[in-house]
Design a binder for this molecule. Structure first.
Ligand code: NAD
Ligand code: LMR
Length: 441
């Protein structure tokens, strides 16, 4: 390993995930040394509250790291090796509309799926492309690890509109589920598991889970999921909406007993059941405002007021440790096998080569090398091709400013049962998003 120390910018410095990422970076300095850490955000006031607390955390743990929080792209993106991108264009105010507008019409209202995900996608595309352009202008050799959602639509857009850019789109949800699998199997961590997986982001299936000796663990896991979904014996710290999602995995699993599913497939396969359990006046946004967001900003204020983070309740997390593993794989060309979103290039034999699939890849200094996953069954192929067409239609709508393409995207989405209903929802979304979407004709 060289002695190089890296420079990192977190884009979306005001994110609720930032303190966890900073703590995880500080915990891993021996594996991934950093000399400079910057925050960049277009909301300076929100970011400053997080930055004031993080400055104290850094000063107490690693005062040699240079720290800066800025809203100036030139400052933020100059002299960096890695951009960790986690923006939410329109913030929670717009996420609330993505959820509540479709629900008012009896359709699933969700952050990354169906009409809500499409609306968020049309906001995110421009924001993420802007970050890529800043990176390429000010630090042309840097890599961007993007986990701004909706990652599936963003990945299609970055692949089509910035095909040569050094960006890897990633998601921690499969890691979170594999951490549950490890607990079901009474193992310490998902890192003790090898796996095969294919799909789109938030839309995929495991075809193999093995221990490091190569033993097949699928039968044991499937027997558990058939009965409990991904619910663990102790769920005392889990939010209500996530408990429902982990439980519902058993209904999704029942549709294909050969594989194990990603939890978000419930929105596509059981939309009516999801709507029945939703409260149009209290959605995930309300849960986060009263939960994670409140906790993060109160905790930041406590650190800033007391001048110390010694007693802080922030913890490093698996979401962040996955991102650091990815940085390490690129920085040291480790060829670690990781799940990322990447152009298919034949890895799934019977999907188009330009589909942005989520599959295991070897990650090195030149990015991901996709690993062959073979042919997939008709059921999954049909679902994936429909969903991938929706995602591409959203990018068409964004580039062409086309209302029709967007209406087609909503109508094709498995979550929306009828083109007339799609239009009614779309017209409300157009109005709500007029400050963010391109003008549609
Ligand atoms: P948040 O609203 O707390 O933070 C997002 C930040 O982005 C805000 O401070 C906001 O001001 C900033 N921002 C918005 N538009 C911007 C732009 N154009 N340029 C610069 N900054 C901008 O949101 P959060 O809940 O912390 O989530 C952040 C992002 O991470 C979301 O996109 C979320 O969906 C995503 N996420 C991804 C994963 C994953 O693994 N894929 C997991 C969790 C969250
Ligand atoms: C988040 O905001 O945490 C999402 O990305 C996923 C969720 O919990 O709704």
């Amino acid at each position: 390993m060289s002695d190089k120390k890296f420079s990192v910018v977190i884009a979306g410095g005001g994110s609720t995930y930032t303190p966890g990422i900073v703590l995880t970076l500080l915990d891993n300095l021996d594996k991934f040394p950093i000399r400079s850490l910057k925050f960049y955000d277009n909301d300076g006031e929100r970011q400053q509250k997080v930055a004031d607390a993080c400055a104290i955390m850094i000063k107490e743990r690693a005062p040699e790291i240079e720290f800066l929080a800025t809203t100036n792209p030139a400052e933020g993106f100059s002299d960096v090796d890695f951009v960790m991108a986690q923006i939410r264009v329109g913030k929670y105010e717009m996420r609330e509309k993505d959820e509540k507008i479709p629900l008012k019409h009896g359709v699933v209202g969700q952050e990354t799926t169906g009409p809500g995900g499409i609306a968020y996608g049309l906001r995110s595309i421009g924001g993420v492309l802007e970050l890529i352009d800043y990176m390429e202008k000010y630090s042309p050799n840097a890599w961007m690890l993007n986990y701004s959602n909706p990652a599936a639509i963003v990945a299609v857009a970055t692949n089509r509109l910035r095909p040569k850019s050094k960006i890897i789109n990633i998601c921690d949800m499969p890691i979170g589920i594999m951490d549950r699998m490890a607990k079901i199997l009474k193992l310490d961590s998902y890192k003790e598991l090898d796996f095969d997986y294919y799909g789109l982001n938030h839309f995929g299936w495991w075809t193999a889970v093995r221990d490091k000796k190569g033993n097949n663990l699928m039968p044991q896991l499937q027997a558990y999921v058939r009965e409990h979904g991904y619910i663990l014996p102790d769920e005392s710290g889990t939010e209500k909406s996530w408990r429902e999602t982990f439980e519902m995995a058993k209904n999704v699993y029942a549709l294909d007993p050969e594989t194990l599913p990603n939890t978000y497939l419930k929105y596509y396969l059981y939309p009516q059941e999801v709507v029945k359990h939703s409260d149009p006046n209290h959605t995930r946004t309300d849960e986060i405002r009263l939960g994670r967001e409140k906790f993060v900003f109160e905790e930041c204020a406590k650190i800033t007021e007391s001048g110390t983070a010694q007693n802080s309740a922030f913890k490093s997390d698996e979401h962040a440790s996955y991102i650091i593993d990815l940085c390490r794989a690129i920085a040291y060309n480790t060829k670690e096998r990781m799940l990322v979103i990447t152009p298919n290039k034949g890895a799934v034999e019977n999907l188009d080569s330009d589909t942005m699939v989520e599959i295991p890849c070897l990650i090195g200094a030149n990015g991901p090398e996709p690993l062959a996953q073979g042919k997939i069954p008709r059921f999954q192929k049909g679902l994936i091709e429909e969903q991938n067409s929706v995602e591409n239609l959203v990018v068409d709508a964004w580039t062409e400013g086309s209302y029709t393409k967007l209406w087609q995207a909503l109508s094709l989405s498995k979550i929306v049962p009828d083109a007339g209903l799609a239009k009614a929802i779309l017209d409300e979304l157009v109005e709500a998003n007029k400050d963010y979407w391109p003008e549609l004709k």
